[in-house]
Design a protein around this ligand. Structure first.
Ligand SMILES: [Zn+2]
Length: 347
């Protein structure tokens, strides 16, 4: 257990990595002559002074007015840790108050000159806190070029952005599990939203705003995420093309297609289903393979269940006597070819 009071759970995530820069959606305060800084159609980056020399590398990679970034990584495995959003009130330089709309979780005590994490009730309608979402991101290309592993944090004060990012992360977390291994495409684009009319709050206006979007990088979605999703689905056979990447978990062969598969084996290889089942049971009990057709087919059943060709080949090589490996792999290959050609394999 760490020493109490050094860390605060409501601090920004990824606190161990240095923050190299902050991505802002609006213009700087200095540029707006004390007025409300206008929103920009691109991300403005503000480097921390000690990392300011990295700007030319950033601009070389992403340009001066970037709108989208490919393959960015999050800094934590769960959405709660990867993305923080609080309502905060700031003076020019100091965080005065941080609340969740119901409870103030941290506030500045001018009397002691320290922060207090003693929970207090939020002032509700009188609360001066504003929404701030912070999404620390790792830009692998930038790390590769600079050699500095740090985060660049998106700051947004838009409720729409917070909802979009939070929802996107939660969905991917539900489907995939660990968010830390998932590359994302992240950017901003104009979207029409409905907002209260400042002149007549009983009506609403449609306005165009430049809002953030976030989705799983396409290559990862195709090669990894889809494979895992299909692997969890009972109708999960590669319907076209190569086996779909490395599924994360080894799943048991679903019985409905297993029966159909046994029938297909009986037709094509002249092997009885019971024999395949016996071979499967033998494998499950840790028995040695003798390199029979049945055993080969059992290996294929496991391969399909696992969606992992390499693993199936390893299995065959480790279980089947050396002089039979080729013959068995031939059956594996034949089956894979049949699947790839979308042969008469039952759906
Ligand atoms: Zn509040």
């Amino acid at each position: 257990m760490p020493v109490q009071g050094i860390f605060n759970e409501s601090d920004s995530p990824a606190r161990g990595l240095p923050t190299l820069a902050v991505l802002h959606k609006g213009a700087s305060k200095e540029s707006s002559n004390g007025g409300m800084p206008p929103d920009l159609p691109y991300f403005r980056i503000e480097f921390k002074p000690q990392f300011a020399h990295l700007r030319p590398i950033w601009e070389q990679l992403y340009g001066k007015e970037p709108k989208e970034f490919a393959n960015v990584l999050l800094t934590a495995g769960t959405s709660d840790q990867a993305f923080s959003f609080w309502k905060e009130q700031w003076s020019a330089t100091t965080l005065l108050k941080r609340c969740d709309g119901v409870t103030v979780v941290r506030h500045w005590e001018p009397r002691t000159g320290k922060y207090s994490d003693e929970p207090q009730a939020c002032a509700g309608a009188g609360c001066k806190c504003k929404m701030v979402g912070k999404l620390p991101l790792i830009f692998p290309e930038f790390v590769r070029k600079t050699g500095i592993l740090g985060v660049i944090t998106l700051n947004t004060t838009s409720l729409e952005d917070v909802i979009t990012i939070d929802k996107a992360l939660r969905s991917v977390e539900t489907l995939w599990g660990n968010l830390a291994s998932v590359p994302f495409t992240f950017g901003r684009a104009e979207r029409e939203i409905s907002t209260p009319n400042p002149k007549d709050p009983s009506t609403r206006l449609k306005v165009k705003k430049s809002l953030c979007y976030l989705y799983v990088a396409p290559e990862f979605a195709k090669t990894r995420l889809l494979g895992a999703l299909e692997g969890e689905n009972a109708s999960a056979l590669p319907s076209s093309g190569a086996p779909a990447g490395n599924a994360q978990q080894a799943l048991p062969a679903p019985s409905d297609w297993r029966d159909a598969f046994c029938q297909w084996c009986a037709d094509v290889f002249g092997v009885a289903c019971e024999q395949v089942e016996l071979a499967l049971a033998n494998y499950a009990n840790g028995g040695e393979f003798n390199g029979t057709k049945e055993e080969a087919i059992a290996a294929v059943v496991l391969l399909v269940a696992n969606y992992d060709l390499e693993q199936a080949i390893d299995l065959v090589k480790s279980k089947v006597p050396a002089q039979r490996v080729d013959a068995v792999l031939q059956i594996v290959t034949e089956y894979m070819n049949a699947v790839m050609a979308e042969a008469e394999f039952p759906e």
